[in-house]
Design a protein. Structure first.
Length: 217
């Protein structure tokens, strides 16, 4: 079973998420919290596999809660829940290495897919969230121009193809299907991309690639 904790200041939202999640045989909600501070306390008590974290909450918001969880070395996977007009605040979480990003109005299939994805060690990001994450960073574009050229030269043609599909939000299995290569080969390419771009996860790779015009969307 994949154990899940819900952190959202709206009780009805938590109950709705719980009902959707527990329709799946392999998922169970083991704890809930109504703000970031209580969420951190609960996470330290129950050690869930995955935390669904709202970004905008009283007492301690989602970003502050994630920072504290990282400081306390909590190893739970974290998926941020956000509204369209809050996406700009998520730039702070990119450096923290958040495991997933989901818009609150997403369908149940996206929610379940994201939970399983991060549990299995991948990063989940909806493709329509990439541009809002990048836009506030465009002011730094000039300073990265030289570095951009260097990085583009170090990526192979296949790695560029994989990186492009990452920015579209495709998972490893889907990338393998598109390129007709094994999932293991996809993972090897992604590891090389992370090393060459000096990033830690798919979100950082996508943001870096678009910000530096390595990939355009």
């Amino acid at each position: 079973m994949i154990t899940i904790m819900l952190v959202d200041d709206h009780s009805m939202v938590r109950q709705g998420l719980k009902q959707l999640i527990e329709l799946e045989d392999d998922l169970v909600v083991i704890a809930q919290a109504g703000d970031g501070k209580k969420g951190v306390q609960k996470a330290l008590e129950v050690h869930p596999d995955v935390i669904l974290m709202d970004i905008n909450m009283p007492n301690m918001n989602g970003i502050e809660a994630v920072q504290l969880l990282r400081q306390k070395k909590v190893h739970s996977k974290i998926i941020m829940l956000t509204l369209h007009n809050e996406v700009k605040y998520l730039n702070k979480t990119v450096e923290l290495g958040i495991d997933g990003y989901i818009l609150k109005d997403s369908g149940a299939d996206i929610l379940i897919s994201a939970i399983r994805c991060v549990y299995n060690g991948e990063t989940y990001m909806q493709s329509n969230m990439v541009t809002p994450l990048v836009d506030p960073l465009q002011e730094d574009q000039e300073k990265y121009e030289t570095e951009m050229v260097k990085e583009r030269e170090t990526l192979t043609k296949r790695e560029m193809e994989v990186l492009s599909l990452i920015t579209e939000g495709l998972l490893n299995k889907e990338i393998g299907y598109e390129l007709r290569i094994s999932e293991k080969t996809v993972k090897n390419h992604i590891s090389n991309i992370f090393r060459k771009l000096n990033v830690n996860d798919r979100t950082q790779a996508a943001v870096y690639a678009i910000k530096n015009n390595i990939i355009s969307i």
